[in-house]
Design a protein around this ligand. Structure first.
Ligand code: 8IG
Length: 273
């Protein structure tokens, strides 16, 4: 399928501007303040943060395309928060492992920025390296290691990534739940999980979480000056840390079990931003 972003001559920021303009027309909301990408286990937060005023099919916006998984509809929801702020929930993220290139991976983030968003909330499901974490534990992302061998930046733009994950927002999250732990998230390409040897390498490099998203999205958000709040749901201990093989079914089950709890936590945090 053709996509505007696949043409190297098109400017991805122009496509994001077009998408934001169409978003405003379709939702009737001129600008948004906060955007959320809800990964495995976090989806229920969308129903808890406020009143959904519009739901659109992402494929109606320039640059977005049909999700690869049959039966999946990528929706974008505009939500009015009790504070009067406007939130955008970006459904069905494009993963780097899908092979459509980095532009498609970060198009939602760029569209959010073009729609006026200043705070980008990125959530995911991840494998945990800290043995003390139990599946179902939400972890604040304190920093990342981008292990994808690529960048979401095009051209010679030198983006500072010190405090990429906003210390202000991390403090705010901990004011809601002081027991929240933090960790360094390492993005692998996937879609296979790591070998136990790779997990030991990640541990040695300083990672506490391993996953297949988020780092490239954070880089794109920082290029655009957005504040980032990152959360992982630790659904499984990483390969070789747990005593049995990883299974997608087990990951989904841990997500389902934790969903109500962590979505309520995230909604409370969003309410204070
Ligand atoms: I959920 O153990 C989930 N996503 N790379 N490794 C990687 N991604 C993941 C994992 C994991 N668990």
């Amino acid at each position: 399928m053709t996509n505007l972003l696949d043409d190297s001559k098109t400017d991805p920021f122009e496509v994001a501007e077009l998408a934001a303009k169409r978003l405003a027309e379709l939702t009737g909301v001129a600008a948004h303040d906060i955007a959320l990408t809800l990964g495995s286990g976090w989806a229920k937060a969308a129903d808890l943060i406020g009143e959904t005023v519009a739901t659109i099919d992402a494929t109606e916006l320039p640059g977005f395309s049909k999700p690869v998984v049959e039966g999946h509809v990528a929706t974008i929801r505009s939500i009015l928060l009790p504070s009067g702020k406007r939130a955008l929930v970006l459904g069905a993220r494009t993963h780097f492992y899908e092979g459509h290139g980095v532009r498609r991976v970060v198009h939602g983030v760029r569209t959010a920025a073009a729609a006026g968003v200043k705070v980008m909330v990125l959530t995911n499901g991840a494998g945990g390296i800290k043995e003390t974490w139990k599946p179902g534990t939400p972890v604040l992302i304190s920093d990342h290691i981008n292990f994808t061998s690529t960048s979401s930046i095009e051209g010679a733009k030198f983006i500072d990534l010190t405090d990429a994950y906003s210390p202000r927002l991390r403090d705010l999250a901990r004011s809601v739940d002081p027991t929240l732990d933090e960790g360094v998230y390492m993005q692998f390409r996937g879609p296979h999980y790591e070998t136990p040897a790779e997990v030991q390498m990640a541990k040695g490099m300083g990672a506490h979480l391993v996953g297949m998203s988020t780092a490239l999205e954070t880089i794109a958000a920082r290029e655009l000056g957005m504040e980032v709040l990152g959360f992982s749901l630790m659904t499984n201990l990483a390969a070789g840390i747990q005593d049995h093989p990883l299974s997608h079914a087990e990951v989904l089950e841990a997500g389902r079990e934790a969903e109500g709890r962590i979505s309520a936590l995230l909604a409370e945090i969003i309410g204070r931003i």
